[in-house]
Structure formats: C-alpha cells, structure tokens
Design a binder for this molecule. Structure first.
Ligand SMILES: Cc1cc2nc3c(=O)[nH]c(=O)nc-3n(C[C@H](O)[C@H](O)[C@H](O)COP(=O)(O)OP(=O)(O)OC[C@H]3O[C@@H](n4cnc5c(N)ncnc54)[C@H](O)[C@@H]3O)c2cc1C
Length: 222
C-alpha cells in the first residue's frame, strides 16, 4: 500500500512524535511505501491566502474556492500546496497523527485542510461523499487526548468521542470520499507512565502491521 502520514506537534520529543515515527517505521517495515508531512518541521503556514496560488482569477476580490477552481484548470497551485495535494492523490491510506486540541484538530492541522483540500482537485462538481475524488482511499485518525477514556463516553462530561470526531470523519474525510478507519486513540497520554505509553505504541504497531486487512467503520450521520 501507499501510505501518507501527516503529523503535527510543536515538540519533536513529544509522544505524538514517537507515535508518528513508530507508524512510519512499522509501515515501511511491513513493505508499504510511505510518504510523510511533518507540518511543524515544514513550518507549514495554516492561514489561507493568495500564497496558495501562482495564478490569479480575480485580483480585486479573493474568493478562495474560485481561485482553487482556476488553479486547478491552470496548474496554478504553489509548490507547497501542489506537493501536499499530490501526496493525497498518490496514497491508498492517509494517517493523521495529532493531539486533540479543544475537541478538534490543532490549528496547524486544520489550516492544512483549509489550504490543501481544494475545490477542483480534492472535491467539487458533485464529487463528494460516495462520488468523492478520494473514493477507494482510506483514512485513519491517530490521536492523543489529555482527558481519560471515561470522560469521553456517552453521558460523561465530554460526551462520546465518536461525536467529537464526527466533524473530521464526516465533514472532512468522508466529504471528499475517504473511507474512515476506526480511530487510534491514546487517552490521557500525558497522565500515564512511560511503560503504559510504550504498551500503547506496541498495540498501534500490531494494528498497523495488519492495517491492509482492516475494514472501514460507519461513523454515523444522525
Ligand atoms: C491548546 C490545547 C488544547 C487541548 N485540548 C484538549 C481537549 O480538547 N481535550 C483533551 O482531552 N485534551 C486536550 N489537550 C491536552 C492534549 O490533548 C494532551 O496534552 C496531548 O494529547 C498529549 O499528547 P502529547 O504528545 O502532547 O504528550 P507529551 O506531553 O508530548 O508526551 C507525554 C509524555 O510522553 C513521553 N514520551 C515521549 N516519547 C515517548 C515514548 N517513545 N514512549 C513513552 N513515552 C514517551 C514524553 O516525554 C512525555 O513525558 C489540549 C492541550 C492543549 C495545549
């Protein structure tokens, strides 16, 4: 399989970084082709602007989706955006490694989506959900939380994690056609011992070794 692993964390020695490196090494060791984007190391700018384009459709009014459609026609994405789009187009499986921040993606990660999931190349023209550009590809969220698992259950004070992840699973990944795999979640990642964290990495390693045989999940719409 061709696997694209996208990762962001501001600290290179973080547990998320260890999960990222473990995933890349495990997948490569299992014979998969791996491409990566380390958004922190890349100093990826998450803020949308004309910087994403080498072309201009309307110099007087910046409307991002209009510029994206134009850039799609004219091959007008900046090298930085083009290279990220090509990794998505290339992969069979895309993995996102991140810490849960404010019940969602950290800003750097969300900004990558804002700039890279472009109308024309990644979605649009009725190519969404089951007819999405990325149909046939799979996506896996691998995340850590500060809160323990018990606060992420139905009825607990944070609510169930499936509901928290649904905007990412449904509104981003399935929207552009990806099938969604069960998320890999290390709850309370900074509240446990190193030994417990190592056990979580070992569980993730075993899972990744067999990831090609796994089926997607139903994320629920209603
Ligand atoms: C802005 C913000 C918003 C947040 N919002 C939420 C939220 O909405 N919900 C929530 O639950 N939490 C939230 N958090 C908490 C956050 O999700 C956790 O702090 C984070 O998930 C922990 O992962 P980390 O990689 O940052 O941990 P780190 O603190 O980087 O790592 C934890 C420990 O693991 C150790 N470690 C590193 N490598 C290894 C290894 N190979 N083996 C074993 N141990 C290792 C590190 O040395 C460290 O001691 C938020 C935090 C911030 C800053």
């Amino acid at each position: 399989m061709k696997v694209f692993v996208l990762y962001w964390h501001p600290e290179p020695q973080s547990f998320n970084s260890a999960m990222f490196r473990t995933a890349c090494e495990t997948l490569a060791g299992a014979g998969h082709e791996v491409k990566t984007s380390d958004l922190h190391e890349m100093h990826f700018d998450p803020v949308s602007s004309r910087k994403s384009f080498t072309t201009v459709k309307d110099p007087n009014y910046f409307k991002q989706q209009i510029e994206e459609m134009h850039a799609t026609e004219m091959n007008g994405f900046s090298a930085e955006i083009e290279s990220e789009i090509e990794k998505i187009e290339w992969c069979d499986l895309m993995i996102w490694q991140f810490p849960l921040w404010w019940f969602g993606l950290p800003a750097a990660f969300k900004g990558w989506v804002d700039r890279v999931f472009t109308m024309g190349r990644i979605y649009g023209g009725n190519r969404i959900y089951e007819t999405g550009v990325c149909r046939g590809k799979r996506a896996l969220l691998s995340l850590t939380t500060g809160g323990p698992e018990k606060v992420y259950r139905k009825g607990a004070f944070n609510g169930d994690i499936a509901g928290i992840l649904r905007p990412i699973h449904r509104g981003i990944l399935q929207f552009v056609g990806f099938d969604v795999m069960a998320p890999q979640i290390v709850y309370g990642a900074d509240r446990m011992t190193d030994e417990q964290r190592k056990q979580h990495m070992a569980i993730y390693t075993v899972r990744l070794e067999g990831i090609a045989r796994e089926s997607p999940i139903d994320v629920g719409i209603y």
